[in-house]
Design a protein. Structure first.
Length: 193
């Protein structure tokens, strides 16, 4: 889609998931002549609103080369706001003579109300998408933390069991003279003297 001069580019992005908790990415927005309009380095989320000064194809790039071992999941939303008046068509063929006296609202008033409602609904949808992406990112972080806590707890449990077994064997060997551990302790004790 070609962006016309005077249109507004509205772009939001958010890193939802990244390996090992890295939730950052580099972003560039470039106009058709190759000039960089926006450059973010290692950001997890941002919102940009840019007025198009040149007509043509604009490019945007998400770059993850600084973290080549970790894959990233990025949510982005691109909204192009232009002059949407052409959607309404023309009212040349409609007969509005005398309609001013019959109706309190004019067609132009109705069009303004409908346009306002449409703009508000677009903003609501946009905010819902942002909330949905935030929820997805938070869920991914929570799942990663859950995995780390479970792994750490499992290792702690194994270590506690091993230490408990060693303590039982050591205490038992103090009272059982035939055990191998008792003989090792006895040799160790005689070597120290």
């Amino acid at each position: 889609m070609q962006i016309q001069r005077g249109d507004v580019i509205d772009l939001d992005y958010q890193v939802i998931d990244g390996g090992h908790g890295d939730l950052d990415i580099t972003f560039h927005l470039v106009n058709p002549s190759g000039r960089i309009l926006v450059a973010d380095y290692k950001k997890s989320e941002n919102t940009h609103r840019v007025d198009a000064e040149v007509s043509g194809d604009y490019k945007f790039c998400f770059d993850n080369t600084f973290s080549s071992y970790n894959m990233k999941t990025v949510f982005f939303e691109l909204i192009i706001e232009g002059n949407d008046d052409s959607e309404w068509g023309s009212d040349e063929n409609l007969d509005f003579e005398g309609a001013d006296q019959i109706y309190e609202l004019k067609v132009q008033d109705v069009q303004e109300i409908v346009t306002s409602v449409r703009n508000h609904l677009t903003k609501v949808r946009h905010l819902q998408d942002l909330i949905k992406s935030s929820e997805a990112r938070d869920r991914n972080v929570a799942e990663e933390n859950y995995f780390k806590v479970n792994t750490y707890s499992f290792l702690q449990l194994i270590l506690m069991i091993i230490v408990g077994i060693i303590q039982v064997v050591m205490v038992k060997s103090l009272f059982d003279e035939r055990s191998k551990v008792h003989k090792i302790w006895k040799n160790f004790d005689t070597n120290l003297r």
